[in-house]
Structure formats: C-alpha cells, structure tokens
Design a protein around this ligand. Structure first.
Ligand code: PLP
Length: 389
C-alpha cells in the first residue's frame, strides 16, 4: 500500500533550508540576531507590540500564565476540546483548572455557557483569574463576547492561537490582542508555519512582555534599569525571579522568518482545499465545518462530524475504515476533563455534554498546504466507501 496521507505536514522550501544552513555557518546558534528578527516579524504581522519567542507553545502558555499572575488556589478556565497543554499551564502554576462547554456550531468555548458558569462561580466565590480561549481548527472564538464578560467578572484572557496564525477576527489579524492580554502561537510541524519545535507569546503590555522575557531565561536580566543592586562590573547579571530555559534557537528562528514569508499563501491554500472538501462532501451524512461570518480561519484542521443516525456503522468503525484505506485521519481532541489525570479532579461532566457529543462524532481529515487534489479525491472516495451502504 502507498504511504498513508497524513492529517498535517510541514512545507519546507529550499529558501528555508538555506536560511538554517546560513545560521549554522554564523557566529550564533542561540541568543543571536535571528530570534529578535522572528519576534518582530510575527508581532508586526499580527499588529502586536511585543513578541517573545520560546521553545514551544506549551512554554509560551506557562510563562504567560505566570506573567498574568496565576498562582496557587487561583482558577484557570478553558475549553475541554483542546490539546492538554491549554489546561496543563494552569496546573504548572499551582492553580486549579475547570472547563466551559463548547458551542455546537463552532466547537469553540461557548460564551453563553461561560456566562452561566460565571454567574454560578460568583455566588460560590470561585471566579476564574484567567481564561484560555482556544481558536479550534484556526477559527477564532467569539472574542468580543468573552472580552466583555472579562470586564464584568475581572479575569484575564490568553488566546491559544496554536491553530490560528494567519487567520482574522472581524477583519483584523489574530494576535493583535485587542480582546486579550496575551496570544500564543505554536510552530510544531503540523501547525500552519513551523520552526520544528517552537512557540511565541505576543502582547501589547510592556510589563507582561518584560516578565515573560525574564521567565523565558532563568529570571535573569542584564539590563541595569531592571536590577536591584548596582552592577559589580561588565560580567554582572541579576536573577530577579525564578525562570526557566525556554529559549528558541537561532536555527529555529531563521526557519520561522523564512516560513513567515509564505504564511498568507499557506492559509489561502488551506482555504481553497477546505472549499473543495465542502463541495465534495456535501452529499454525505456528515457535517462540514461551519464558519462564523466574523472569522477568517487559519484552518489548521478540517473537522467533520458524522451524522451517526444516518450511518450503519459506529464512529470508531468509520475511523478505522479510513485508516485502513491509508487516510491518516485523526481526532482533535479527547475532551481534557476525561483524561485520567483530570478525571480524578472530579469535573461535572453533565455541564460538558456538547464537548462529549462532539468527541463522539468528530474526525479530522488531512489538511495541509501541499495536499494535492488527487490525494483529496482519495480521502473523499474513502469517505464515500465508508459512509454509503
Ligand atoms: C499544538 C498545541 C499546543 C502545544 O503546542 P507545542 O508548540 O507543541 O507546545 C497548545 N495548544 C493547542 C491548541 C495546540 O494545538
């Protein structure tokens, strides 16, 4: 059998390779000029004031939570339909994590469910300190509604835009932080642009940016204006907080700078492929991704939902059938509250029924910039075979 068609895959050009090789021949493999260049490229693309590049989106989420003051006994709320990293960042800070159900059309965190939960939490004195809004598949959350609730109930917002670089919300780039404190991107190879591993936090707040810079590199500063003692000499640096080594390398940053030049065309290619899937799948017993008119998705993922009542197979049988036909389908995501590590914290599953319903029906089809029409036709044919009696 041919190699299976993966659900996601990076696009690497000769220019990308050259950019990395150039760094290998240069003086700096880390802590050189490429990282700040990449930070400016992403921040200015998004219309954010500051970019802090790190070794993963997971690290970016961690330092963003810390910089926003998340501590022991605080609550972080997020959606259950996300990668575990969106929730784990709260636990890293000693905070507790809770989940808000999803909107059945966009599969993003539902603002009505959020409001209802906030009303309850206010009564019991358990309001969240921080909300992580995940732009699932690249489609932005209803940020205006979430932001207005944050004003009323006093919580901070991180946008987990790991799926969404290159997308827009109300005609403005995702990452401009108009409705949030920090936005985080991932550059893992399955995402829209890649640095192999890598992530970035962008913000408009200079204090938050400075705090994240310190946390990225051991809590150490070499900037005298941030020191508490007079300098002992040219070697002097100060550790002023407890940080980590979350730095991105020059190799990764150079690859990122090179990839940024193709970001818009990557997202446009994804949209053309999504449109083609929408048309080719319209007669099958499944739901294609609904797009809110306010959003231009980054389209990291193309998720279908099976209409199981019209199909004489289980979700798992369809999934396994597609895999057996060489289609590298996947499932994004297993609801985080059902993971054994989270399950024992005892979340109220009856409040998360939309998320669990989604999990029972969702399948991610192959979606990446280099997916050919022939491969896409293969995916569609395989689905026809699985779904028609
Ligand atoms: C991929 C992903 C992450 C983690 O990204 P890394 O760069 O691999 O750490 C976090 N959140 C979401 C929604 C993701 O898809």
């Amino acid at each position: 059998m041919n190699k299976p068609i993966p659900y996601g895959r990076q696009n690497i050009s000769e220019a990308d390779i050259q950019a990395v090789v150039d760094v290998l021949r240069s003086d700096f493999l880390t802590q050189g000029p490429a990282v700040p260049t990449f930070e400016s490229a992403v921040a200015s693309y998004c219309g954010a004031a500051h970019g802090i590049a790190v070794n993963s989106a997971t690290s970016a989420l961690h330092i963003a939570c810390l910089a926003l003051g998340l501590r022991q006994d605080d609550w972080l709320w997020t959606t259950p339909i996300t990668f575990v990293a969106s929730a784990n960042c709260g636990l890293y800070c000693g905070a507790q994590v809770d989940f808000v159900d999803i909107d059945p059309r966009t599969y993003n965190l539902c603002p009505q469910a959020l409001e209802a939960k906030l009303v309850q939490a206010e009564k019991t004195g358990r309001l969240p300190k921080l909300l992580v809004a995940v732009h699932l598949c690249g489609q932005p959350c209803d940020m205006a509604a979430i932001h207005s609730l944050s004003q009323r109930y006093g919580f901070k917002i991180i946008e987990d835009a790991s799926h969404a670089i290159g997308g827009k919300y109300k005609n403005e780039p995702i990452g401009n932080c108009r409705y949030s404190d920090v936005t985080v991107f991932s550059f893992h190879p399955v995402k829209i642009i890649t640095t192999a591993e890598g992530g970035m936090a962008v913000t408009n707040n200079p204090e938050i940016a400075h705090a994240m810079e310190l946390l990225r590199s051991h809590g150490i500063t070499r900037d005298e204006s941030h020191m508490t003692h007079p300098s002992d000499g040219p070697w002097y640096y100060e550790q002023t907080t407890l940080g980590f080594n979350y730095r991105m390398t020059e190799l990764q940053a150079a690859l990122g700078v090179s990839q940024m030049q193709r970001l818009d065309s990557f997202v446009a290619q994804r949209h053309a492929l999504a449109k083609r899937y929408d048309e080719l799948l319209s007669k099958l017993p499944l739901v294609t991704p609904w797009q809110h008119p306010d959003s231009y998705s980054g389209l990291h993922l193309y998720v279908i939902r099976l209409r199981l009542k019209q199909i004489h197979k289980t979700h798992r049988q369809v999934f396994e059938g597609l895999r057996a036909q060489g289609i590298g389908v996947n499932l994004h995501y297993i609801p985080v509250h059902t993971q054994p590590y989270y399950e024992k914290m005892g979340h109220d599953r009856s409040a998360l029924t939309q998320a669990e319903q989604y999990y029972a029906e969702a399948i991610s089809l192959p979606m990446f910039q280099d997916l050919t029409h022939a491969q896409q036709d293969q995916v569609v044919a395989a689905l026809h075979q699985e779904l028609t009696p």
